[in-house]
Design a protein around this ligand. Structure first.
Ligand code: NAP
Ligand code: MG
Length: 498
């Protein structure tokens, strides 16, 4: 850690952030703990239906009172100042992100910096959102499309990249002129809640962004169902995403879902194998595999499969796992007991299905943290559950193939379609992959890059809608068609002027 911020010795208390102030009005207490050592980090006061209602009512009022008609200049200024304040507070934000999500501090810091960049990008969009004009409709007849904010957006986010994911949604909602009520995961609410005072300091009018804290079951549910939230922007599991969509369908809300993944990472014989090895490791084990973009299905062309597998296993074996404050550590603990049990369950399933456990499968509970070592299965068939279902842990499968078409068949053979990667020096193969891989993002000779200009999202069980980029702003807007005649109206009903 650098200047200024001193890690807190006491538990930090948070209420919900409503109308520009903390509200501790009601609710059960929820304690977040550091997954690396079991120490208590934040005490939350759960928002029940009443407080969620207040948050939505305030958001709606602030939307109507002016934010929806605020200028691009005003929005841009607020977002740019927010980005600056995120950077000023990077030490505190990175510490809480590390302490609650259990990721190495260095990675938490990078995540906060990347998030600031998303706010900066969104600020640039605020002044350039446009509609279309239609000048060719005939004499004395002109039309245009306006983009109008949807209204109050309900934003629900998960625990794996809490600050990054809220930053993929909230600034884009604000650019669009929407108000928002945000609910972070109860496991990792601190950094999202810290955004409340930052937004106020940046000049966002009170009530435009409210942050409610609590469980998905109570607080999240109340938020999704609230009649004043006109859009649901959800990132999380496919199961809860379907539930969110059902609520949206019943109440005819706009729904955008970023869900799970089971992503294929392909290496061809002609690839730059050194670069590919690093990227495949990064893709498989970043955030201890607790990443929607995890490249957990590694597909190797026969010519390099044996050698690459050996090198991959050797390198994975040496990934430092443990203390999140150490700069050399690349993998921290698993977020929760439930997630730990789920991952270990999948390792047992893999063994029972007949795959070969080539590395890892080992775990330990140590000083209050739960760790699973990098785990690699070989001799894997596509039909196995470990090759089909999202494990969300440091577990990957290796399969081999001969032709590009075989690789595509394996890669596309799951319900998911979030992302895919391919390493090759052959331009024709790269272009074919870009077209044939059924995924929202295809990385060629890179993996996990994500400039703010580029839309992100999934197909199939990985979700609906796109966030980030210009499209990320447009998701939070409706198109309004305006038709203007300046003469030449032909009576067509009673047939004559009265
Ligand atoms: P989750 O259990 O679906 O939870 C996501 C969010 O929904 C949390 O804030 C959760 O609150 C809330 N929630 C749970 N039940 C709810 C309900 N009935 N009504 C309203 N909200 C509810 O997912 P997770 O375990 O946190 O995260 C892991 C999943 O997220 C993985 O499947 C992963 O692939 C996916 N993910 C996807 C992306 C992407 O961009 N595609 C990015 C990251 C993660 P509580 O946590 O407080 O219960
Ligand atoms: Mg959950």
């Amino acid at each position: 850690m650098t200047s200024g911020f001193i890690p807190p010795k006491a538990v930090r208390q948070f209420g919900s952030w409503i109308d520009g102030a903390w509200s501790f009005r009601q609710g059960a207490q929820i304690m977040s703990v550091n997954p690396a050592n079991g120490t208590r980090v934040s005490l939350l006061h759960e928002a029940g239906e009443g407080l969620v209602d207040q948050a939505c009512v305030r958001a709606h009022a602030a939307f109507e009172a002016g934010w929806r008609l605020s200028s691009g200049e005003q929005r841009s200024n607020v977002l740019m100042r927010t980005a600056g304040l995120i950077r000023e507070n990077v030490d505190e934000l990175a510490w809480f992100e590390m302490a609650e999500s259990g990721k190495p501090h260095k990675q938490a810091r990078l995540e906060i910096e990347r998030s600031a960049m998303l706010w900066e990008f969104a600020a640039t969009q605020a002044r350039s959102l446009t509609g279309d004009s239609f000048g060719g409709l005939g004499k004395d007849y002109l039309a245009l499309t306006l983009r109008a904010p949807v209204g109050v957006a309900a934003i629900v986010t998960p625990w794996n990249f809490p600050f990054l994911i809220v930053s993929q949604k909230l600034p884009f909602a604000l650019v669009a002129g929407c108000a928002a009520v945000v609910k972070p995961s109860e496991l990792t609410s601190a950094t999202t809640l810290l955004l409340g005072p930052i937004l106020k300091q940046a000049g966002l009018p009170d009530g435009v962004c409210n942050i409610v804290t609590g469980s998905g079951r109570l607080t999240g549910e109340a938020l999704l169902k609230h009649p004043l939230t006109r859009m649901i922007s959800f990132t999380g599991s496919t199961a809860v995403g379907k539930h969110a969509m059902e609520i949206g369908a019943r109440m005819l809300k706009k729904v955008s879902l970023e869900l799970g993944g089971k992503n294929a990472h392909i290496v061809m014989n002609d690839a730059d194998l050194g670069a590919a090895l690093d990227a495949v490791l990064h893709g498989a084990f970043l955030n201890a595999g607790q990443s929607c973009n995890q490249g957990g299905r590694i597909l190797l062309q026969n010519g390099i499969a044996k050698d690459f597998t050996r090198k991959f296993i050797e390198a994975a074996r040496s990934i430092p796992v443990g203390d999140t404050l150490r700069d050399d550590v690349l993998m921290g603990p698993i977020i929760s007991e439930a997630q730990y049990r789920k991952i270990l369950g999948y390792i047992e399933i893999g063994k029972a299905e007949g795959a070969t456990l080539a590395l890892g499968g080992t775990c330990r509970e140590e000083a209050g943290g739960r760790y699973i070592d990098p785990t690699v299965f070989t001799e894997v068939a596509s039909s196995m559950r470990i090759a089909q279902e999202e494990i969300f842990g440091p577990v990957c499968t290796i399969q081999s193939f001969e032709t590009l078409d075989e690789a595509f068949a394996i890669a596309n053979g799951t319900d998911y379609g979030l992302s895919a990667g391919i390493w090759t020096r052959d331009t024709a193969a790269a272009l074919k992959a870009a077209r044939e891989l059924e995924a929202g993002t295809v990385w060629v000779n890179t993996y996990l890059d994500g400039p703010a200009e580029l839309p992100f999202g999934g197909l199939g069980a990985s979700g609906i809608g796109r966030e980030v980029g210009r499209v990320g702003c447009e998701e939070f807007m409706d198109i309004k068609t305006v038709q203007l005649r300046s003469g030449g109206y032909q009576p067509r009903w009673i047939g004559k002027a009265i």
